[in-house]
Design a protein around this ligand. Structure first.
Ligand code: TXA
Ligand code: MG
Length: 315
C-alpha cells in the first residue's frame, strides 16, 4: 500500500506500526524501513524483510533530542551536536540507559544505541503519531542501494512490508553521518550528510575508524557481541554443568533460556540477545552454554550467524 502525506495517511501508517507491521517512510537522507522500536517481533521482521543474513544494529529515530536522551546517556559533546545538527542527517552512538525500552534486537544486543532525530516532515509526523521511536535501516534489500524515491522502495520490498509513505525525494540523498560518542574519544563510524569538518568545528578532533590509534579491539565492534561463557552449537543434550539455550521442547539442563517453545524463528530472533545477556548474568557458576539446533532458513540464518560468532574461539 502507498500512503501519502495527509493526516489520515500518517495515522494509518502509525497504526500499522503500532500493530507490529513494517512501514517505509522518507527521511532527508534515504527512505527508512520502519518498525516500532519497542516491539521485538516487529524489529525481527525488519531483518526478515531486508533478507539480511546477520543482525546489524539499527538506528532509532526520535522526534526530539529530549526523547532520544531519555533512552541514552548524553555527554556534553552529544548536547552540543544535537543542538547544532538535529533535526538532521547525524546519528550518535551512545550508551543505553538501564531503563531504555528499545528492543535489544534493535541494537543487536549492544550496550550502545544509535539515535537520530530526522528533519523530514514525514518522519517527524510518523514518529510523533506513534509516540515511540522508530527503528529503521535504509529501506533496501540487503546489499542493494539505499532508495531515495518511494518507487525504489516498492521495487525492492513490495509484498514484504505493509506500506510505504510516499514522501517525495530525499534532500540529502546519502545516509546520515554516524559518530560514536560512547568511548573516550569521538569516532566517525560512517561519513554522511554532516561533514567531518563541521563536526570538528563544533566539538574538536574526531578520530576516524581507520586511524590505527583508534582501532578498537574486535570484541568491541558491533558485530562481535558474545557472552563471556563459551558456547556449544547444535547441542542434542546438555551436561550437568551446561546452561541451555533452548529452541523448541527443552532438553534437561540445570538452567534454561527458551528462545521459542513453538519453534517460531521470529520469536527466537526477538529473544536472542535477551537470552545471551540473561545466560551470561545467571549462569556464572556453569561451564558453558549449550545451544539447541536452529534451522537455517528465514531468520534462522541470522540467528545461526550470531551464535556461530559467539561460539568462535576467542582472541
Ligand atoms: O540516513 C540514515 O542513517 C538512514 C535513515 C533511514 O535514517 N539509515 C541507515 O541505516 O542508513 P542502516 O541500517 O542502513 O545503517 C546503519 C548503520 C549500520 O552500518 C550499523 O552498523 C550502524 O549504523 N550502527 C547502528 N547502531 C550502532 C551501534 N550501536 N554501534 C555502532 N554502529 C551502529
Ligand atoms: Mg543501509
Amino acid at each position: 500500500m502507498t500512503l501519502h502525506l495527509t493526516p489520515a495517511d500518517i495515522e494509518t501508517g502509525a497504526n500499522l506500526l503500532r500493530a507490529g507491521s513494517l512501514v517505509a517512510f522518507g527521511t532527508e537522507t534515504v527512505y527508512g524501513l520502519g518498525a516500532d522500536a519497542e516491539n521485538p517481533l516487529a524489529v525481527a521482521a525488519i531483518f526478515e524483510a531486508k533478507g539480511r543474513p546477520h543482525f546489524n544494529p539499527l538506528i532509532c529515530h526520535y522526534a526530539t533530542a529530549d526523547a532520544a536522551f531519555d533512552h541514552v546517556e548524553a555527554p556534553k559533546a552529544a548536547e552540543i551536536l544535537s543542538s547544532t545538527f538535529w533535526p538532521g542527517p547525524l546519528t550518535l552512538v551512545l550508551p543505553r540507559r538501564a531503563t531504555c525500552p528499545v528492543a535489544l534486537l534493535a541494537g543487536a544486543g549492544l550496550e550502545t544505541l544509535a539515535v537520530r532525530v530526522p528533519a523530514h516532515p514525514v518522519a517527524q509526523r510518523l514518529i510523533t503519531a506513534l509516540g515511540r521511536p522508530i527503528a529503521a535501516p535504509s529501506a533496501n534489500r540487503s546489499g542493494r542501494i539505499s532508495p531515495t524515491p518511494a518507487a525504489h522502495v516498492m521495487a525492492q520490498l513490495s509484498g514484504r512490508i505493509a506500506a510505504v509513505i510516499d514522501s517525495g525525494g530525499c534532500r540529502v540523498g546519502v545516509e546520515s553521518t554516524i559518530l560514536d560518542l560512547s568511548g573516550a574519544t569521538p569516532v566517525l563510524l560512517r561519513p554522511g550528510g554532516v561533514s567531518l569538518e563541521s563536526l570538528e568545528a563544533a566539538i574538536g578532533p574526531v578520530a576516524r575508524l581507520t586511524d590505527a590509534s583508534t582501532l578498537r579491539a574486535p570484541g568491541m565492534l558491533a558485530s562481535h557481541y558474545a557472552p563471556t561463557l563459551p558456547l556449544r552449537l547444535n547441542a542434542t543434550s546438555a551436561a550437568p554443568d551446561e546452561a541451555l539455550l533452548a529452541f523448541g521442547p527443552a532438553l534437561p539442563a540445570p538452567l534454561t533460556f527458551q528462545l521459542s517453545e513453538k519453534q517460531d524463528l521470529f520469536e527466537a530472533a526477538s529473544r536472542l540477545f535477551e537470552g545471551l545477556h540473561w545466560l551470561d548474568a545467571n549462569a556464572a557458576n556453569l561451564r558453558q552454554i549449550a545451544a539447541m539446533p536452529i534451522p537455517t532458513h528465514s531468520l534462522g540464518l541470522a540467528i545461526n550467524d550470531r551464535l556461530t560468532r559467539a561460539a568462535a574461539p576467542r582472541q
